[in-house]
Design a protein around this ligand. Sequence first.
Ligand code: HGY
Ligand code: MN
Ligand code: MN
Ligand code: MN
Length: 419
Amino acid sequence: QPGTGDDEDEDRAGMSEGFDRLWAELQPLGRNRTTGGYRRFSWGEADADVRAWFTDAAAARGLTVETDRNGNLWAWWGDPGPDAVVTGSHLDSVPDGGAFDGPLGVVSALAAVDELKRRGVRPDRPFAVTVFVEEEGARFGVPCLGSRLLTGAITAERALGLTDADGVTWERAMEQAGHDPARIGADPDLLGRIGVFIELHVEQGTALIHTDSAVGVAGSVWPHGRWRMDFTGQGDHAGTTRLADRKDPMLPFAQTVLAARAAAKAHDAVATIGKVHVAPNGTNAIPSRVRTWLDARAPDEATLRAVVDHVDAAARSAAAAHDVFHARYEESYTPVVDLDAALRDRVASVIGTADRPVPVLPTGAGHDAGVLASSVPTAMVFVRNPTGISHAPQEFARPDDCHQGVTALADVLADLLAE
Ligand code: HGY
Ligand code: MN
Ligand code: MN
Ligand code: MN
């Protein structure tokens, strides 16, 4: 406890209190009191609140906050410059998402700044904490949109035209939030300033529980993608239309859901159909169109393609059998990412010890770190999640594990900043 005279304990208590205070400030923003989940969609009201929270918290630490042309936030310690050490994550969520996916990386980064200052670290190279926009793609459909724009992995015109469920474009939503979309797109100058990127993230799985380690390091990011499928039939009356006369898109949709599970099982991969729009969505109306999205992921790209082709073939034959039109659109695709091995080993050697090496884990979850890895050396630090659940309100990380995550991140940053 503070005041025991043992500096180490006092420092640890100080860092923990700092993290806990930041966490308590952020927690209520965008939280659904009924479900305990979060709805922090880019450019929406809760997004404005969390961006304001971040800007205030960063400024309170003497960091200079900039918003880049794509809406990503950068909090610089000292002058922005080349070869910067950058750490951060995202603050947006999936619908009814958990509290930790994204925010844990951002809060830990700010708490790590406090810890570095407490240790008397004065960066020898530029340093920034960053918050990427639209990492989940929950509102506009393409994940990691902010980091893909920064690196040029997506074109400005494609991004500007992306629409949400109400038909609001990225461009319009950005303007409504008070940001100018005129210059969105690749930003080679800014990207060129990043020397190394470290993202701390809650684990989205249970591997660390089995290893009994509070933190882990990412080895690779599975290839993954999102494919939209439209089944277009003929709307009609639920009561007066004979079965033989129906062109009901709900049937091939249902068969495709089952085919996705079968394909994933057959290929040792994962496939999810979690979002569906039925038009006109009436109890007594045979649907005219069913629009759905396939999220598929696999250990390697050939397997991923095989899963998607399997699902596509099943969708086509089911659509034909019901005289329904089927179309498929690839909305996003992320190739396999083997994170920088030298940086991974360096991070693991800073965090782990000879007799307690830090676990190195593959991840099926996509991250901005995975997008940036195509341009800069990138590493990820995971913090144990006792439920293993993510993208749902039950997502969790224990306070003491979070504190260990901050210490690990501060150790890694101190090592990189001393270069
Ligand atoms: O979907 C993902 O893998 C990440 O959480 N955006
Ligand atoms: Mn996520
Ligand atoms: Mn995330
Ligand atoms: Mn009627």
